[in-house]
Design a protein. Structure first.
Length: 230
């Protein structure tokens, strides 16, 4: 286990998409390809439900993720990864340059993420999978293109940006059930982190106030010293 110390293990515990996106995903055989992840140890990936290849184990329980894993994690302290806008944009721009050279990278990062309501959502795996299967046909294939096209396209056209206003406009044209299903899916399967609130005005203004007071005090002391010397 030492090789995993200090690492983000999210991708080692993928939620079954039929549980992560109820109402949108209807096949328990649907699995997203990984655009930016190669496991250090393949058997450490906890695939659960119908896609677990080893039968008669706890992991082949369709509800292992929600009934076993999530309750176990509730007992631990946890928090979100936080990012600033500059980093989110730079990662997206690097990805766009890479995509022009390597359309289907095997181990190179392709980051297609965006900001919505101060949260960072990464649809890299989804968009990568949809593109990979775009030329496939057959009734035996799951519907990989399960998100509303107007929703998912924002992560392609405005990757790295704050899409809050744009996505709200799309949601305004959808039914309340569709919006609820989409947000449940985004929060469960694609939430990557939050924006760093420490960089917001409500936090940084105190630093500037302290600096202003310090300058005022030094200016006052300097003025008094100059008056006394004269």
């Amino acid at each position: 286990m030492l090789e995993f110390a200090g690492q983000d293990l999210t991708n080692y515990f993928p939620p079954p998409m039929i549980l992560a996106c109820p109402g949108l995903v209807t096949s328990d055989q649907l699995q997203l390809m990984r655009a930016n992840f190669t496991p250090l140890v393949q058997y450490a990936v906890h695939t659960s439900g119908a896609l677990q290849p080893i039968p008669d184990t706890k992991l082949d329980d369709a509800n292992w993720y929600t009934n076993r894993l999530m309750p176990d994690l509730q007992q631990y302290y946890k928090g979100y990864f936080v990012y600033d806008k500059a980093y989110v944009m730079s990662e997206a721009e690097n990805s766009q340059r890479l995509a022009k050279v390597v359309p289907f990278p095997s181990e190179l990062t392709r980051r297609q993420w965006a900001i919505y309501n101060k949260k960072v959502y990464d649809l890299s795996d989804y968009l990568y999978t949809v593109k990979y299967y775009s030329g496939s046909s057959g009734t035996d294939l799951p519907n990989y293109d399960f998100l509303n096209d107007d929703v998912s396209s924002l992560w392609s056209t405005k990757t790295g940006q704050d899409i809050t206003k744009d996505l709200n406009k799309v949601f305004a044209k959808m039914s309340s059930d569709e919006v609820s299903q989409t947000m449940t899916c985004l929060d469960t399967a694609f939430l990557y982190g939050e924006m760093d609130f420490r960089l917001e005005a409500k936090c940084t203004v105190q630093n500037y106030l302290l600096l202003a007071f310090a300058i005022l005090i030094f200016a006052t002391i300097g003025a008094k010293c100059e008056m006394q010397s004269t």
